[in-house]
Write a protein that binds this ligand. Structure first.
Ligand code: ZN
Length: 476
């Protein structure tokens, strides 16, 4: 058979097997697949209908929906923790009948980012099924995961005699840009309700669909640390009719242009090395595949060339180094006035292990404008250690994923965005990130964007992945 024919056959096989969300393995004991699909969808729809756009958040209303879904479930105690101004966190604890190990936490955030309603094709706060997808703000960030976690917890509750550890659900407020009334408040005031957990499962990773099959499962073990670098340019003010050589806005524009082109040094860590090696296994382009293998290799010249090639993909470029993006420009008061000051902000995402102060100094040098000063928005702090890849929770999640999607490659993953996981890791709780629904890249990119959506048939898949993972790590 010719190669193209073989390829065609390989592409057709998943379709013959019934599509990406049909799992060949038998359902795990204690999970009714049809019920998990139906219940996850119903709860997600109820959560999307609660407006928790942050600000103002209003998470208390979403916490009440979750509390109602867990009411009367045997062995589950629910605490809705009021944080004032309509905000709340929720902790629900499923008590193992005879615990012999420390609890596992499964968590998600109840707030969402805002919407540009006129850019959506459906009402963003009204869950709408279209073309096999469920549309609505929060569908994949992060209400879908919360709904799946509640359904998994309810199914586990029916088997708590078989659990060796408590399973704790944590639903947080204020993940999308603060204020600190979410995970920070929980860790500060209610840590006892978490019961000294051994580890936690949060958002942040990915189950990547390509060509109708689950190709890569990325488990987040660490994340970049966000800062803002504020640029301030100063110069003489004057009349717009008399151009001045030290125009503050011109200096600001030059500095911003140079910093836009600036690149921090490439630096790999355990997570990103394993990440690129794993991706190489499924990469179709031979040049990219070789680069993925060489970027973490010992040959410095080859590694540098490989990093250059991989950096053509903005997502890979951001994983390879600390990086700063121009996000705000402010200046001017009137069209006929030369202002004496202007400002800009670069959003800086620091690799764990890089020194924010050294990066600031490098950026100041790269800006190369004596009248433009740079400052960090907060004092640099040591980033939390990455969560180890050899833990029972990482293994349980990897096993669950490869049972449901045989042939999928599992990799540890450093997310470039920030999640609540950083606060838990900083508090000494190893935390692993997964968004449990298989998504094509185009759908994953809708997170925070217009027409956020999740494949309807992926909802039960996600609940099953969480159930299998929690069962795997908590079963005696
Ligand atoms: Zn999120």
């Amino acid at each position: 058979m010719t190669r193209p024919l073989l390829l065609l056959l390989a592409l057709a096989l998943p379709a013959l097997a019934g599509g990406p969300f049909d799992v060949a393995a038998p359902a795990p004991a204690g999970l009714d697949r049809a019920a998990a699909q139906r219940e996850t969808r119903a709860l997600l729809e109820a959560l999307i209908r609660v407006d928790t756009r942050n600000p103002p958040g209003n998470e208390r209303a979403a916490a009440e929906v979750i509390a109602a879904a867990l009411e009367g479930v045997d062995g589950v105690t629910v605490h809705v923790l009021d944080a004032g101004d309509g905000r709340a966190n929720l902790i629900a604890r499923l008590a193992a009948a005879r615990p012999t190990a420390r609890p596992v936490v499964v968590m998600g955030h109840m707030d969402t980012v805002g919407v540009q309603e006129d850019r959506w094709t459906t009402p963003p706060l009204e869950p709408t099924e279209k073309d096999g997808y469920l549309y609505g703000r929060g569908a994949i960030d992060d209400k879908g995961m919360l709904a799946a976690a509640v359904v998994a917890l309810r199914a586990l509750a029916a088997r708590r005699d078989a659990l060796a550890r408590d399973v704790v659900l944590l639903a947080t407020a204020a993940e999308e840009g603060g204020p600190p009334v979410g995970v920070d408040l929980v860790l500060e005031r209610h840590r006892d309700l978490l019961g000294d957990p051994e580890f936690a499962l949060n958002e942040g990773g990915r189950v990547r669909l390509r060509g109708g099959r689950v190709e890569v499962v990325s488990i987040q073990t660490t994340e970049k640390v966000p800062y803002n670098v504020r640029l301030t340019a100063t110069g003489r003010s004057g009349h717009g009719s008399v151009p001045l050589p030290d125009n503050a806005l011109a200096a600001l524009a030059r500095a911003a242009g140079r910093l836009h082109a600036w690149r921090a040094p490439v630096r790999l860590n355990e997570t990103t090395r394993l990440f690129f090696r794993g991706l190489a296994q499924v990469e179709a382009d031979p040049d990219v595949r070789r680069a993925m293998l060489e970027v973490a290799g010992d040959d410095a010249a080859r590694a540098a060339a490989a990093a250059d090639l991989l950096s053509g993909d903005p997502g890979h470029a951001a994983v390879l180094r600390s990086a700063a993006a121009l996000t705000l420009l402010q200046g001017g008061i009137r069209s006929n006035v030369i202002p004496s000051e202007g400002g800009a902000t670069f959003n800086l995402r620091v690799l764990p292990g890089d020194d924010p102060a050294a990066l600031l100094a490098a950026m100041q040098a790269a800006a190369d404008e004596p009248t433009v000063t740079l400052a960090l928005d907060r004092p640099p702090a040591a980033p939390p250690a990455p969560s180890p890849v050899d833990s029972p929770l990482f293994r349980a999640l990897a096993d669950a994923a490869t049972t449901m999607a045989p042939g999928a490659v599992v990799v540890p993953y450093m997310s470039t965005g920030a999640t609540d996981g950083a606060a838990l890791r900083a508090a000494g709780i190893p935390t692993y990130g997964i968004l449990p629904f298989p998504l094509e890249a185009e759908d994953a990119r809708r997170m925070h964007g217009d027409d956020e959506r999740v494949p309807v048939a992926a909802l039960g898949w996600g609940a099953e992945l969480l159930y299998r993972t929690l069962q795997g790590v908590a079963a005696r």
